[in-house]
Design a binder for this molecule. Structure first.
Ligand SMILES: Cc1ncc(COP(=O)(O)O)c(C=O)c1O
Length: 368
């Protein structure tokens, strides 16, 4: 029980007995549990951010640009280059992490008396976002090995008629990206029930070659939203900048629910500087993908069952006692993630050394 619940406060009934989001934050030699980039921010980028923040500090007596005009332009240019889709600044919305962006989406398109659907196992925050805006959460189902089939997804949307459906691609915790046929089928079904379709591409930059982004589907689809974040590939989890691309009418609607000046001048400055240095920041993405693919190969060689990954992490099953393996790794200074799937754990792809340390420790546990 949390402190607020033992204090006999007049807490909302539906919050009583709930636990707050709380992945362990421990300082150990390999922190591979929340899918951050484990490389340090390069010093030249630290310098660029510092300079930009310093100049923003001189204007902190004024409220920030509430339309984050420069940031929008830079995010649109970045997405256009990254995905090959033509994305314009009015299509961009941003918030303090994609968590806040998702909350804005649900405040505008879900809310009391409405429903939000996603397909577990998936990002554990979706039901909590729904609860936070008093919406009913609908858990869809997946096919074998947690895959999603276009026909099945469309059928479930037609039956349940949610107000917002969230597809996660690459999916957390399985790591696998969806084919665009699934997004297309979901969108067609959603049109029949006035449903907004959100594709959460928090891990988009790590997708396997040849896997297109749902950003390429935005043209002529006014009810499609694609969310992204600078927390993963940009190595900027501490900067708190998430964003989305959608039709300009969607971003316009989100203005109705954001708090005034929600993106501080400091946040905008840090994100602008990071975007100016996107190439330097992304230099590690390729290395991380190599370690991710190595994890899949070596976990398979150990007799475990990793899932195909388009992300910066790998989910693997085949453990007799997942908690015992997790504890052994932690005792060795390696923190990975327990997931609510029996016999499974999830590990972030870190540096080559971190990956080697993780694999060695797990091997010694299995051979122990
Ligand atoms: C699938 C997915 N979406 C969104 C987020 C939220 O990221 P942030 O709020 O840092 O942008 C995460 C974080 O791990 C995630 O895994």
């Amino acid at each position: 029980m949390t402190e607020s619940q033992s204090a006999d406060l007049p807490l909302r009934d539906e919050l009583k007995g709930q636990e707050p989001y709380g992945a362990p934050q421990l300082t150990v030699r390999a922190m591979l549990n929340v899918n951050e980039t484990t490389y340090d921010v390069p010093s030249e980028v630290v310098d660029a951010i510092t300079q930009e923040v310093r100049s923003a500090a001189q204007t902190l007596n004024r409220y920030p640009d509430r339309e984050f005009t420069t940031l929008r332009r830079k995010l649109a240019a970045y997405l256009t280059g990254e995905s090959g889709a033509d994305i314009e600044a009015p299509q961009i919305w941003a918030g303090n992490g994609s968590n806040e962006v998702m909350q804005h989406i649900l405040q505008a398109f879900a809310g009391p008396g409405r429903s939000v659907m996603s397909f577990p196992p998936t990002y554990s925050m979706y039901p909590l976002y729904a609860q936070g805006v008093y919406s009913r959460y609908i858990a869809g189902t997946r096919s074998a090995n947690f895959t999603q089939d276009p026909h099945d997804v469309a059928t479930q949307i037609r039956e349940r008629r949610p107000h917002v459906v969230i597809l996660c691609s690459p999916n957390n915790p399985t790591g696998t990206a969806l084919s665009l046929e699934v997004v297309e089928a979901a969108y067609e079904a959603a049109l029949e029930s006035a449903t907004m379709v959100v594709v959460d591409e928090a891990y988009g930059e790590f997708r396997q070659p040849g896997t297109p982004s749902a950003l390429t589907m935005l043209a002529d689809r006014p009810r499609l939203i694609v969310t992204r974040t600078m927390s993963k590939a940009f190595a900027l989890a501490g900067g708190r900048l998430g964003y989305l691309a959608a039709a300009p009418a969607v971003t316009d609607a989100l203005r109705l629910v954001r708090l005034p000046y929600h993106l501080s001048a400091i946040t905008q400055a840090a994100a602008n500087a990071a975007l100016d240095n996107a190439q330097t920041l992304m230099a590690n993405v390729q290395r991380i993908k190599q370690q991710r693919d190595r994890l899949v190969t070596e976990l398979t060689a150990m007799g475990l069952h990793p899932y195909p990954s388009d992300a910066n992490f790998v989910l693997f099953g085949g453990l007799q006692d997942a908690h015992a393996a997790w504890q052994h790794l932690l005792d060795d200074g390696i923190l990975i993630r327990e997931v609510a799937i029996e016999g499974h754990l999830r590990v972030t792809a870190g540096t080559e050394t971190e990956t080697t340390d993780f694999l060695d420790s797990l091997r010694s546990h299995l051979n122990g």
